[in-house]
Design a protein around this ligand. Structure first.
Ligand code: HEM
Length: 275
């Protein structure tokens, strides 16, 4: 150890009132894994879900701030935040490889401990979907009575990242229909030719609209990775439980497959055919 390093051990460079473990609340975090069975693999199952929820927490933090920056015409910081979320998504996608080391027999052994608990009840996942634009009030039912419910209702009723992007296009002089600029935000967004035409204009002359072009591609990155995560979830589920029903009671793989048909930013994908 160098002389410099030994100063650290002596505590000279650290705040004496705050340790690493205290700052990170490690006692709370590392005592929050509470397997309900004595099966070796249950810890993996818990950790992977908890780690995913932590990454979702950061993604919500970043994307809410990005949306606010777009609202204020301050695109630079928004780009940085969205780019960070894309890297977080890469981590989330990668985590399926770790989970896939769990075999169907190992999962079957812990399945009885899970009861009816299901990722379907992940309120952070649902808020991420709302924030990106997949509004579905029906999804709130499962969260009724929970402390987080009002926050979810608020997110449902707030313009999504895409809604704010369309308002930005309008401020820049693009002809966005009035009913896309002010509407009941709790309703799902519906694609429209006028919005596709606006994005098409951006893609046909990127140098003239560089920051909008960059925004569009960053949104496409987000959706692309979100779909990769969903696809990997579905295939991992198929690999582990086959076509059995989920713990939440859905049809399982078929239910998960349906989400792959949707799009948060439909015109950003449809314009590619017209370009
Ligand atoms: C062995 C591992 C897993 C299995 C067998 C599994 C299975 C399922 C199934 C069948 C559903 C549909 C709802 C239901 O009927 O329960 C579902 C939903 C969901 N799962 Fe998983 N899952 C696994 C791991 C994970 C992990 C690690 C996460 C990370 C947080 C996760 C997050 C979700 C989310 C967010 C949903 C809701 C999706 C939606 O409503 O569109 N799952 N899961």
């Amino acid at each position: 150890m160098s002389e410099d390093d030994s100063l650290l051990v002596d505590g000279i460079h650290s705040r004496p009132d705050l340790s690493y473990g205290e700052y990170l609340k490690l006692d709370a975090i590392l005592s929050a894994q509470d397997p309900l069975s004595s099966e070796h693999d249950e810890l993996l199952f818990i950790v992977i879900h908890q780690a995913s929820e932590l990454w979702m927490r950061l993604s919500l933090h970043e994307l809410r701030a990005a949306r606010e920056h777009i609202r204020r015409d301050d695109l630079g910081p928004a780009f940085k935040m969205i780019a960070r979320v894309s890297r977080i998504q890469a981590q989330l996608i990668q985590s399926w490889d770790v989970l896939a080391t769990m075999t169907p027999s190992e999962y079957s052994a812990i399945r009885p401990s899970l009861g009816q608990s299901s990722g379907f009840q992940s309120y952070q996942y649902r808020m991420l979907e709302f924030l990106l634009g997949a509004k579905d009030a029906g999804m709130l039912r499962v969260h009724e009575g929970l402390a987080v419910h009002p926050q979810m209702v608020e997110e449902l009723n707030t313009p999504s990242l895409y809604d704010e992007s369309l308002r930005l296009l309008a401020r820049r002089g693009f002809a966005i229909p009035a009913d896309r600029l002010d509407r009941d935000w709790s309703q799902p967004y519906e694609s429209t030719p006028a919005v596709e035409a606006a994005w098409l204009e951006v893609y046909q002359a990127p140098e003239a609209h560089w920051d909008l072009y960059e925004l569009a591609e960053k949104l496409v990155d987000l959706e692309f990775r979100f779909q990769q995560w969903r696809f990997a979830h579905m295939k991992t589920v198929e690999r582990i439980i086959g076509f059995k029903r989920g713990t939440g009671g859905s049809s399982g793989v078929a239910y998960l497959g349906r989400a792959l048909g949707g799009s948060f930013f439909p015109e950003l994908f449809s314009l590619r055919t017209s370009l």
